[in-house]
Design a protein around this ligand. Structure first.
Ligand code: CO
Ligand code: ZN
Length: 324
C-alpha cells in the first residue's frame, strides 16, 4: 500500500496538469481492464466489460497547488491558488514546478499574523525577474512536496486528497473477480477547481450508477469542526455534502453489504465540500450516485493523514459492491 501511494503522491498533478499521474495509473491498471482511453480534458477511463448495469467509479487525480502569476523584479514568484489552498497550513513548504524547478512557498515575517495568499510567494533562489522567468514560466503549476511516511496505523503525505482514492480504485480493479457490471473506472481531472472532469466523462459514459472514491474531513483532532467521520472507524459511506445528496438505495446497499461482510463503515455527512458525483448526478435523466470516503486529518494542508484500515475497508466494500 505505502509503496504505491508513495509513487502516486510523488507525481505532480495540480488541477489542469494531471498527465503524469494518468500515465502512471494507466501503466499499472492496463493488465486488469479491457480498454483504456483518455478524453479531451485528460480524464483517464478504464473499462472492464460486462453485460450488467454500467457502473462508473471515479477518483480525481488532481491535487490543490499554486499557479505562477508573475515574477517581481527581484525574482520572487507571485501565485494564484489552484483549488482550496490555505496559506496558513501550507506556508513554509517546499514546492516543485511542473518542469522540476524547486522552491519554497513563503512570506515576509510581517505577514505571518493574518496570512493571505497575496502576502505569499515562491522563492526559487532567483536573483532577478529575468532569471526567474528563464527557469519557470508564468502559468506553470507548482505542487507541495513532503515526506510520505507511516506512523502507527496511519499514512502521512501530501496529496492524499485524492491519490489515496486513486489507489483504492486501482486496487479494486486488480481485486474484482466476478462481476456482471460493466465497470468504468474514471480517474478524473480538475475536481479541485469545480468537479469539471467528471462532468464530461459522465456525459460521455452515461452510467446507471456512479460512485466517487474521495477523501472526507475527519473531525477528530483538536480545534477542528466536528464531522461525522473519524480516522480508524472504517470506510465512510457518503450521505451528502454540498455537491450531492446520495441515492438512498445505494447508501442502504452499501451499509447492508458492509454489515454482512464485516467491513467497518461509518457515515460521511458534510455541510460543505463536494466531489465528482455532484457533476454526474445531474446529467441526462439523472444518475443514482453514492460515495465511499477515506477520512483524513489536515485536509488541503501540505501534509495529510489517513488510516490504513480505512483505506483497506474502502477497497473491500467497493469490491464487494461490484461483485454483488
Ligand atoms: Co480536495
Ligand atoms: Zn478530493
Amino acid at each position: 500500500m505505502i509503496n504505491e501511494i508513495r509513487e502516486l503522491v510523488r507525481l505532480s498533478g495540480v488541477s489542469g496538469n494531471e498527465a503524469a499521474v494518468a500515465e502512471y495509473i494507466k501503466g499499472q491498471i492496463l493488465p486488469y481492464v479491457d480498454k483504456v482511453y483518455d478524453d479531451a480534458l485528460g480524464n483517464l477511463v478504464a473499462i472492464r466489460k460486462g453485460e450488467g448495469p454500467k457502473v462508473m467509479l471515479m477518483a480525481h487525480m488532481d491535487e490543490i497547488g499554486l499557479v505562477a502569476t508573475f515574477a517581481d523584479e527581484k525574482g520572487f514568484i507571485r501565485v494564484a491558488a489552484a483549488g482550496g489552498v490555505d496559506p496558513r497550513t501550507t506556508i513554509g513548504r517546499p514546492v516543485q514546478f511542473e518542469n522540476g524547478v524547486m522552491g519554497v512557498f513563503t512570506c515576509g515575517s510581517k505577514a505571518m499574523k493574518e496570512l493571505k495568499l497575496g502576502d505569499c510567494f515562491i522563492d526559487i533562489g532567483a536573483k532577478s525577474r529575468e532569471e526567474a522567468l528563464r527557469r519557470i514560466e508564468i502559468g506553470m503549476t507548482a505542487c507541495f512536496l513532503s515526506e510520505t511516511f507511516e506512523t502507527g496505523n496511519c499514512i502521512v503525505s501530501n496529496a492524499l486528497d485524492n491519490r489515496v482514492g486513486c489507489y483504492c480504485l486501482m486496487e479494486t480493479l486488480r481485486r474484482i473477480k466476478n462481476t456482471t457490471c460493466e465497470v468504468y473506472a474514471v480517474f478524473t481531472v480538475q475536481e479541485e477547481v469545480g468537479l469539471r472532469g467528471a462532468k464530461v466523462s459522465g456525459f460521455e459514459i452515461s452510467p446507471d450508477v456512479a460512485i466517487a472514491v474521495d477523501v472526507t474531513l475527519s473531525g477528530d483532532y483538536p480545534d477542528t469542526a466536528e464531522t461525522a467521520a473519524a480516522l480508524g472507524k472504517g470506510t465512510a459511506i457518503k450521505i451528502r455534502d454540498r455537491s450531492a445528496i446520495c441515492s438512498r438505495e445505494i447508501v442502504e446497499d452499501l451499509e447492508n453489504l458492509a454489515a454482512r461482510k464485516g467491513i467497518s463503515a461509518q457515515r460521511d455527512v458534510l455541510s460543505g465540500g463536494g466531489t465528482d458525483i455532484g457533476s454526474v448526478q445531474l446529467l441526462g435523466k439523472g444518475v443514482q450516485v453514492g460515495g465511499l470516503s477515506i477520512p483524513i486529518r489536515y485536509c488541503h494542508s501540505a501534509i495529510e493523514m489517513a488510516d490504513r484500515g480505512d483505506v483497506e475497508a474502502t477497497i473491500g466494500l467497493l469490491t464487494a459492491y461490484l461483485e454483488k
